[in-house]
Design a protein around this ligand. Sequence first.
Ligand code: CP
Ligand code: NVA
Length: 344
Amino acid sequence: MSAITINTTKPNHFITTADYSAEQLLDLVDRAIKFKVESKYNYPEARTERPLVGKTVGLIFSKRSTRTRVATETAVGYLGGNAMFLGGQDIQLGVNESLYDTTHVVSSMVDAIMARVGGHDEIETLAKESAVPIINALSEKYHPTQILADLMTLHEYYHAKQNNVPAGVYSAHTQHPRETLKGLKVAWVGDANNILQEILVAFPKCGISVSAACPAGYVCDQDVIDIAQADAKKTGATVVFTTSPEEAVKDCDVIVTDTWVSMGQEEEKKKRIAEFAGFQVTSDLAKRGNAKSDWIFMHCLPRKPEEVDDEVFYSERSLVFPEAENRKWTILAIIDALLVRGGI
Ligand code: CP
Ligand code: NVA
């Protein structure tokens, strides 16, 4: 009788894009686009492989979510697996049970965990204690699956623009994103939060420059700034911080923002709205600051009107809805990499 061997290999996780090279991230984007084409444009009925049959991805979410939850549940279903939502109101975590105990219990029964947490130390505890891959579905420090979708959205847009692709023709899969993104300049106008921090550890290493305007007193973590500057040095991108939205948008291709009041900061709402005066993204700001005439707009959503007016948000410049949809294809590529291919 042959002995039973127990797999003790450490699981692969997706905690922040800082852990991966530009080539690894852009290959994930490339695969996300192939999933999108397969599912939407070419032969939606052709997928017969269901590699996650019999497997379960647990979604431990201690905060609300629309996009990340829908993207993950539909992505797991697409691959034939079962997504199990474990919301803060449903499980014992935080009320009757510690994160350490919860991680050991849940990871003994599922094949991967997507987790939306508070402090970044919580996602690190999950990654340390889990027997299965952990995907960060948002922590106070980072939001990696969002920024992978942003890279995909930028690639789709600039592929079409650079190749003069007529409207209605989807051909972003004919070019690798390493060829379309280098040299772009992204301006951030908003809070020094998880979205900006993830942009800083992902974009400069892909050759994308970042100029970030945050109000005085709102600053990113020093380790994030150090990573961004070291990556920029290698690729020739630039990383600049300012308190002036006009200075940040000068010559930019893309303006990005997010809520001024992240989940968990609701008590600071009044103070923050006062301190972010002058930071609303508008056409007038882009004009005053001399953004490129063909600048585009992105936002991870959900959006409130104080950070971007309706005129920009619902304009032709705005990529917010394709950006939201691309959460599905990029999360699909991450789950496929971790659970089917054996790593990113
Ligand atoms: N952008 C994003 O993560 O949205 P949800 O909070 O709805 O998941
Ligand atoms: N900065 C926001 C992002 C939501 C997707 C938050 O943390 O609430």
